[in-house]
Design a protein. Structure first.
Lengths: 176, 150
């Protein structure tokens, strides 16, 4: 049952990813990308990363789609069809090789959920053990993001603020 | 320019949905410490509800006027975040070390961290909501006399 669900998700992911690239109409491409983000959110939730799934669903499927659509309507409202040249031979040969190389490297990854893996052996146990006692916050992800790693979040917020300011500086026209 | 949407179905549905989205966004923001979610998602959802209002009801309707006012608050969220860090500095500790938040009625260390996390989440949410609206305005309100179809 679970394997069937995983394979179905994988097939849908690959189909939508390929569809977003291959489809000629850019608006359809954006909508397919939104669906792709939604499927990716399902994958995150399936892997147990509920917070990441939430962000992926809200930002990837919601906000980014709106931004893409607004950009499309603002730039090319009439002609959204594009022509693509055929891919060069070296890409056709090299990319499968790269994929094989990545598959070969993936063999060395620690098993999923392995308690001995570096990711879950270094600081994660400390967070899991102490975050409720120290921060009174049952959700460990929030505690890590907003307390133990507050500097990262601060800079992240500054980056988003800068993105908004940059968009306004580049795109907004003066009202004459 | 953005035009008001003329479909009755879209307008009625949005009128029903926008308060619900905002309510859920506030829920996600306030309960980010107990469940999935938090400042980032709550902020994006608040911004998305306002964007929906702007896109559906057009540039002269109250949602867009509210959003235009809100744009002037760009940066307030970041200031809240940095301000909490500054309060920790004033309290005599490191920047963003919530143990040093000097709030009179909060006595234990864990409660101080809890409050610090909540306040910084509000800051993140405000920053992201305003930035989302700001980017939508930048992308759609092209004020050079031409009409682009949105």
């Amino acid at each position: 049952m679970t394997l069937a669900f995983e394979i179905l998700l994988l097939i849908l992911l690959i189909t939508t990813a390929a569809g977003a690239i291959l489809v000629k109409d850019l608006i359809s491409s954006v909508l397919i990308l939104g669906f792709y983000s939604f499927l990716l959110a399902l994958v995150w939730a399936w892997l147990g990363a509920v917070d990441v799934a939430f962000v992926e669903a809200v930002v990837g499927a919601g906000l980014a789609t709106v931004f893409f659509l607004l950009t499309l309507f603002g730039t090319a409202p009439k002609d959204t069809r594009i022509r693509r040249p055929a891919p060069p031979l070296i890409a056709l040969l090299g990319l499968p090789l790269l994929g094989l190389l990545l598959l070969y490297a993936a063999e060395d990854f620690p098993k999923f959920g392995d308690p001995e893996s570096p990711a879950s052996a270094h600081v994660s146990p400390e967070y899991l053990k102490n975050s409720l006692k120290e921060t009174d916050t049952p959700n460990v992800v929030t505690a890590v993001l907003m307390d133990y790693r507050a500097f990262d979040t601060l800079i992240e917020t500054a980056v988003i603020f800068t993105a908004g300011i940059a968009c306004a500086l580049v795109l907004r026209r003066n009202k004459e | 320019m953005i035009h008001a949407h003329d479909s009755v179905i879209v307008r009625t549905t949005s009128r029903l949905l926008i308060p619900l989205i905002q309510l859920f966004a506030l829920y996600v923001l306030c309960f980010g410490q107990y469940g999935p979610g938090g400042g980032f998602v709550g902020g994006v959802m608040l911004g998305a509800s306002l964007i929906l209002g702007v896109l559906v009801f057009g540039p002269e309707a109250p949602p867009c006027l509210l959003a235009k006012k809100l744009i002037h608050g760009d940066g307030i969220g970041l200031m809240i975040f940095v301000g909490v860090g500054g309060l920790c500095l004033i309290g005599g500790g490191e920047f963003l070390n919530y143990s040093n938040l000097e709030i009179p009625w909060v006595d234990t260390d864990a409660r101080r961290h809890h409050l610090g996390i909540l306040l910084t989440q509000v800051g993140v949410a405000a920053d992201i909501a305003v930035t989302a609206i700001s980017i939508v305005f930048s992308l759609s309100l092209i004020d050079n006399g031409e009409e682009t179809h949105v």
